[in-house]
Design a protein. Structure first.
Length: 171
């Protein structure tokens, strides 16, 4: 395994473990005593699957350039993106909740959960429906003092892209 791959894997695993731990602690504080085990197992299993898929898709191959079809990579990136945007507000709410009393902690955890649901929903919407909103604008600009070498130069700007735009082909 190359050094860069190993370093990338360690950084990813440390960061992912920290946000998963924060998410777990935040969700445990929001759930009832009867559902705590279910929440723990759901977070642990989903986090383990993400780590295993990450290793199999990005770390395990000796030479990634031999890959001809990146469909699984794109699908995993969508899942990982949604997983991250769901877990990060919950992890931050856990960190912020450390500094407050129990009454305010619950409000902070609920706020983190609502933010997680809202952001995750908007990301999923962007991945699914972002392909239908592709807009191409051609704008011709004229500058009186522009040097002749720049006459006919074409500039392109790409912004607000969604992974779904690359994954689903249009007819």
């Amino acid at each position: 395994m190359r050094t860069v791959q190993l370093l990338f894997m360690v950084i990813f695993l440390v960061f992912y473990s920290l946000i998963s731990f924060g998410t777990l602690k935040s969700l445990i504080n929001l759930t009832s005593a009867t559902n705590k085990k279910k929440v723990i197992w759901a977070i642990l299993i989903s986090s383990a699957l993400v780590v295993i898929c990450f290793i199999l898709l990005f770390i395990w191959p000796i030479n990634v350039r031999n890959t001809k079809d990146y469909t699984y990579h794109l699908i995993f990136n969508v899942i990982l993106s949604v997983d991250f945007v769901f877990k990060i507000p919950l992890a931050f709410s856990f960190i912020i909740g450390v500094f407050f009393n129990q009454k305010r902690k619950s409000i902070i955890y609920i706020t983190g959960f609502v933010l997680s649901i809202g952001i995750s929903t908007s990301v999923i919407y962007g991945f699914v429906f972002g392909t239908k909103d592709l807009i191409v604008n051609n704008v011709e600009l004229e500058f009186p003092n522009l040097p002749g070498d720049f006459n006919g130069l074409t500039l392109m700007q790409i912004s607000d892209t969604h992974l779904g735009s690359f994954y689903i082909q249009r007819n």
